[in-house]
Design a protein around this ligand. Structure first.
Ligand code: TA6
Length: 310
């Protein structure tokens, strides 16, 4: 996959620090070739890769990381980062008609540019990253657009994806904030907030089912795409003695994914046991929940993640 998306960003971390560090508790550094923004404030420590606009970690002060990162993840331009919160846009999953186009769109393979940094009244820190169309994106998706990822690090971690139609024609897209959560063990957790929801089972031919159980437990691979679902999910983790609360706005699809043992073997950037310490609960607009924007319109969806000790 080409790594040329959005070459406009200045790659000099010194320039980024002199422009932005005095505006919040933020510092830019390098991890291999990637530029990482580190936010450290009274609430939490959070690292964000400008490549992909991807939150990599969120550690409320004195607590275990809320987010999971694969020990075998690539941190290389041209390859997706396995963990944290990948941004999927302008399509979720495989491209609908051309499988040679990158899975989950080009946003997670793009270099995002810092737009602003601010300190909020309550002491939270906000970083806004943006991309817009260029010759590479236009080849994959023929529309003029601007997208912003707005990351607010406070008592909660809020990640919003805002997309603007800058074209003269309407466009449609799908998206996701594909959050990977750090858990003590898949067998120690359950997820509430899904009872009664209808889902396509990605593993059994996409037939529509209804979740009868109050709690979703993990004993095997799961890839559930809940449609018409916009409410809060809670991951209860008996091992880490905490709840992870997953709220969202303007997303009516929730995806829950754990690849379990066999599928993990086929994922080159995951350790064989990696599936035991992660679960994805994703805020999505896809399936019956596609976003359509006319010229000049914009749409914002978000996920809001927080932790509660038990
Ligand atoms: O959200 C679940 C999913 O779409 C799964 O089907 C699985 O493929 C996963 O995302 C990870 O995708 P990736 O392209 O990052 O390997």
């Amino acid at each position: 996959m080409s790594a040329k998306f959005n070459e406009v960003m200045p790659v000099n971390v010194h320039a980024l620090n002199s422009k932005f560090s005095h505006k919040g508790n933020i510092f830019f550094n390098k991890k291999a070739d990637l530029i990482i923004a580190k936010i450290d404030n009274k609430y939490a420590c959070c690292s964000i890769s400008l490549y992909g606009a991807q939150v990599l970690s969120y550690e409320p002060q004195g607590e275990e990381n809320v987010l999971w990162m694969s020990k075998k993840s690539f941190f290389e331009y041209g390859k997706a980062i396995r963990g944290g919160v990948p941004v999927c846009f302008p399509w979720f999953g495989p491209h609908s008609s051309d499988l040679s186009k990158p899975q989950h769109g080009f946003a997670r393979l793009s270099k995002w540019e810092p737009d602003s940094v601010s300190s909020l009244e309550d002491g939270a820190t906000r970083l806004v990253l943006k991309i817009s169309d260029n010759s590479d994106t236009l080849q994959l998706w023929p529309y003029k657009f601007e997208a912003k990822v707005i990351i607010t690090v406070g008592a909660k971690l809020e990640i919003a994806l805002e997309v603007y139609n800058k074209d003269t024609k309407a466009f449609e897209y799908t998206d996701a904030l594909h959050s990977y959560f750090n858990i003590s063990s898949a067998e120690n957790i359950h997820i509430s907030g899904l009872q009664g929801a209808k889902f396509h089972d990605g593993l059994s031919g996409d037939s529509l089912k209804t979740q009868e159980e109050k709690l979703l437990l993990f004993t095997k691979e799961e890839n559930r795409r809940y449609i018409g679902h916009s409410s809060t999910c809670v991951i209860t983790d008996k091992g880490f003695k905490r709840e992870l609360i997953v709220e969202k706005t303007n997303s009516h699809t929730t995806v829950v994914w754990n690849p379990w043992e066999e599928t993990t073997k086929k994922i080159s950037d995951m350790e064989p046991n990696g599936y035991k310490s992660m679960v994805c609960v994703e805020a999505v607009n896809a399936y019956s929940d596609v976003v359509k924007l006319n010229p000049g319109e914009s749409f914002r969806m978000s996920t809001i993640l927080s932790m509660h000790k038990l």
